[in-house]
Design a protein around this ligand. Structure first.
Ligand SMILES: O=C(O)CCC(=O)C(=O)O
Length: 291
């Protein structure tokens, strides 16, 4: 078995070095700096722990990142049979930005498939600067995508108070036993199972630490229909806690044709016309015990 794929399955994450070439890294860094400068201070105050949470659907310039050739090679290497993109965010920690709270990002815990080896959703994280614990690199709890951990009982991710850092002494911002830092070089790709518990250290440097995280569904057609219906809602920017806003939001379907063509095979087909899977970010390990 491919070593990266094996680590993704067993530990819940892996790192593929130097996926972005210099030109693409530079283009994406410029675009991200523009997007950040257009972001209100209110947004950054509300998302102090993350630093920012800017939906990239507002920026068609991210198409070359979503569909870059090296990422497509990674899909093949990891045997992603039907990879589809649903959403992505620019998450940027300013100088002296606080730690990100511990959380996992999976929302489909009501379906038994969530307690199996099937990987329903992964993040592709591209950090735009070199990272280490001192400037806010990622940290993970290996294996927590498949095994119960006390942090699964904590408040669901992305609550407003945790995002604002109302209580900086909340243990969810701190180090926990068995955490593993994931330092990278700019242009490396971190892949993680959406179920994996993770967070990020505080940025103690005087340089902004930016990251683009892209959500893919590796084997989309294998997923239950209600899950696919929910994924379509995420793509359409409806009912997502990290993406509040009205019905008038831009989606990738609104992007210029040239941008859509670069990622046509990764865009979602129309969702099944059924009730979408419930939005539930909290695992129920009694369901796991049945599997
Ligand atoms: O800011 C980071 O390094 C991690 C972001 C994150 O946890 C997420 O996108 O779910």
């Amino acid at each position: 078995m491919d070593t990266a794929y094996q680590q993704l399955c067993e530990d819940g994450y892996c790192v593929i070095e130097q996926v972005l070439d210099e030109a693409l890294l530079s283009d994406i860094s410029l675009l991200s700096a523009e997007a950040l400068s257009a972001t209100s201070s209110e947004h950054r105050t509300q998302n102090r722990s993350q630093g920012s949470l800017i939906n990239i659907a507002d920026y068609p310039g991210y198409a070359p990142l979503i569909g870059n050739a090296k990422a497509r090679e990674v899909f093949q290497r990891l045997s992603f049979d039907d990879p589809r993109f649903s959403s992505g965010y620019l998450i940027s920690k300013p100088p002296s930005g606080p730690a990100l709270f511990w959380h996992q990002d999976w929302w489909g815990w009501d379906d038994p498939i969530s307690y199996t080896d099937e990987i329903a959703q992964v993040y592709f994280m591209y950090y735009l600067t070199d990272t280490k614990p001192e400037n806010g690199c990622l940290r993970v709890l290996p294996g927590s995508h498949r095994h119960r951990h006390v942090l699964h009982d904590a408040d669901a991710a992305h609550g407003e108070s945790l995002s604002r850092v109302d209580d900086p002494n909340d243990p969810l911002y701190g180090s926990v036993k068995d955490e593993v830092p994931v330092p990278v070089q700019a242009g490396d790709l971190v892949i993680g199972d959406a179920r994996l518990l993770h967070s990020a250290y505080a940025n103690q440097s005087d340089v902004e630490r930016s990251l683009i995280t892209l959500w893919f569904h590796p084997n989309y057609r294998r997923l239950p229909a209600a899950m696919r219906a929910r994924i379509r809602q995420i793509f359409d920017r409806r009912g997502v806690d990290t993406d509040p806003g009205g019905a008038e939001l831009t989606t990738l379907d609104d992007w210029p044709k040239a941008s859509r063509l670069q990622i046509a095979d990764l865009l979602l087909p129309p969702g099944p016309d059924i009730e979408p899977h419930a939005w539930n970010r909290t695992p129920d390990w009694d369901v796991a015990a049945l599997n």
